[in-house]
Write a protein that binds this ligand. Sequence first.
Ligand SMILES: Nc1ncnc2c1ncn2[C@@H]1O[C@H](COP(=O)(O)OP(=O)(O)OP(=O)(O)O)[C@@H](O)[C@H]1O
Length: 411
Amino acid sequence: MIFSIASSLLLGGVAGYGYLKTNGVTNDADKIQRIFANAGWTKKEDGETKTIRLRRRRKIENGMEYVYQLPLGFDRKKVDTDVLADGLNTKKIAFDITKVKFNKDILKQIKQLKGVKANKQVELDFDGMLKIRVYENDLGKEEWSDGLLKGGWKVPVGKTQQGKMIYHDFDNRKHLIVAGATGFGKSVAMKMMITSLIMNKPDDVTFSLIDLKGGPAFARFKKAKQVTEFGTDNTEALEIIQKVKERMDDDYRKIVEGGFEDVIEAGLTKRHFIIVDEAADLSESKESLRLLTDIVRKGRGAGYYVIYATQYPTAEAIPMQIKRNIPARLCYVVDSSTASTVVLDGAGAESLPEIPGRGIYKNVKQIILQTPFMSNEQIKERIKPFEEEKHELPRTPSTEDRKHTLVTEKA
Ligand SMILES: Nc1ncnc2c1ncn2[C@@H]1O[C@H](COP(=O)(O)OP(=O)(O)OP(=O)(O)O)[C@@H](O)[C@H]1O
């Protein structure tokens, strides 16, 4: 019979409990306290070393939440989730009990057993108190279902460790930066978002899709009536961005002339999305970037929303003006804390488990989640009703089409 027993329990039961108890390593709260002390996450006050104080703990879905009071002036940025997770993931020992001999050599036999690491996940939160959430099991993958749709301009971005689906509401948070190393789920997420928006608002949404990787991800949407522009290189990108900017300026001027602050107050139902995949390549064209930055700034009010995606999160690929105007970020696994800092203004995404679709969504707070997986077949089925023959996709809608976009009505 094969058993898997956490080493602390097994040793506690057999022999080592006394040692662990005197060293205080018997539960996660104790371990957290010790990790803080050993990692030097403390603060000197009147010559005394102060550390965190546990105020309360509570059971949450799939784990425990520990709430700590921090010493005055403590820099919480030095708390590292990786170090915490390493400390909390005690080795588990898998052993065949029929082969264990209960004699004086039992400790020797235990030492020879191979350890298997636990898979606890750690999440930090701060609201005056430091909250450390320790989850017992990994999130796992999340399959797509149409029941996830909430309507409006909301798209699902992922399920949290506590089983809650998080939505990005474009009318509320506007634009979005999507980043992550190659193969970790950016294209899947963006295709799911495009499909969700089409399903939510088939008559009101339009898209300019710019796929600077040559079109493999977005080509499947080319025939959808909602896709008004499609480009795959920098020349086409510039042409599209110029036209969209003209249109946006025109729309924005009318909104302001109507005495409204933005598209929502003006009661306008149409929204346009400019989605750029491999936006790092856009930085080769200064003019494209300049115009896109302008769209990002004014688009908030005009109902022109940008999704800016890159697999190379560097300061050049995500210029400061873009970052400043796009507070919402969705970051999948990246290869360094520097890359994570470019996207999220802090480390974290470099230590996500290497699971496609596992990311950190930063809106007001940062949250770890798993993006639902919508397969290409599922996309095809959902997009088919909206496909139409297009001889040549116009880079920008005709004036005739645009007449519909600005009939301002009071909300
Ligand atoms: N949310 C997800 N759930 C499950 N599997 C996923 C998810 N996202 C991506 N994958 C898997 O990972 C593969 C690569 O994902 P995707 O094409 O989105 O990567 P990418 O980040 O866009 O890479 P690149 O930058 O090279 O285009 C997918 O084909 C799919 O098998």
